[in-house]
Design a binder for this molecule. Structure first.
Ligand SMILES: [Zn+2]
Length: 223
């Protein structure tokens, strides 16, 4: 029963028995893991101070002899990932990351960490969209803003594109159906992924959220 140590992000903590917690974590080197934190809900538990969502954690655990659940031995809280006013948006990122990076998927830690950084530097409404978009992009659910996702043609930013069935399409492939992404909308969404100082119009945020919603809907139907 080897011991392991790694940096981790806490996705979920589920109450178990009278006093324990089952933790779902994304780790830097060990992918997603589940751990039993025995007695973690007791007032005097040494885990209580450390087990905070939306912080970077450093954990030490014992690997399971059988089955898939290890045992938490020690947790240290490192840096906070978000300012206080973005905690609710942060919870939404955790929920999305939990479904994007399920058990058995090796990635997730770096992607979620990057998503927190994107959110932290932007206004909440557009920052949440940028952060979720970066994670679904890393999952391969969506492509970039400069190519048609069907025919792969490079589309000049000055030309509008179309959002149809969870794909960003050129006017030929979409037959001009779906939601029109005007040149301005496409430019500002694409720029917002890289620049913190661009302000997105409400209408553009609304379209972006629709795109994210469609992407989740399409992929959850496939699984
Ligand atoms: Zn096309």
């Amino acid at each position: 029963m080897a011991e392991q140590k790694d940096n981790a992000l806490l996705l979920r903590a589920i109450a178990y028995s009278d006093s324990s917690l089952i933790l779902h974590l994304l780790t830097s080197q060990h992918g997603r893991i589940s751990l039993m934190a025995r007695g973690a809900r007791r007032i005097k538990s040494p885990f209580r101070a450390g087990l905070m969502p939306l912080y970077q954690l450093n954990i030490r655990w014992r690997e399971p002899r059988t089955g898939s659940m290890g045992t938490l031995l020690e947790v240290q809280r490192l840096q906070s990932l978000l300012p206080d006013q973005l905690m609710l948006a942060g919870q939404e990122l955790l929920a999305k990351a939990s479904s994007l990076f399920p058990d058995g998927v090796g990635q997730g830690y770096d992607e979620l960490f990057q998503a927190f950084n994107l959110l932290a530097g932007r206004p909440e409404s557009s920052g949440t969209a940028a952060a979720i978009w970066s994670m679904i992009e890393a999952s391969g659910w969506v492509g970039d803003f400069e190519h048609c996702w069907h025919c792969s043609e490079n589309i000049d930013m000055a030309i509008p594109m179309f959002w149809l069935q969870a794909h960003l399409l050129c006017s030929t492939c979409s037959n001009q159906q779906g939601i029109t992404l005007s040149s301005g909308c496409r430019k500002s969404i694409a720029a917002h992924m890289f620049q913190t100082n661009t302000r997105l119009q409400q209408a553009h945020i609304h379209i972006w959220n629709t795109m994210i919603h469609d992407a989740f809907k399409t992929h959850q139907m496939k699984t």
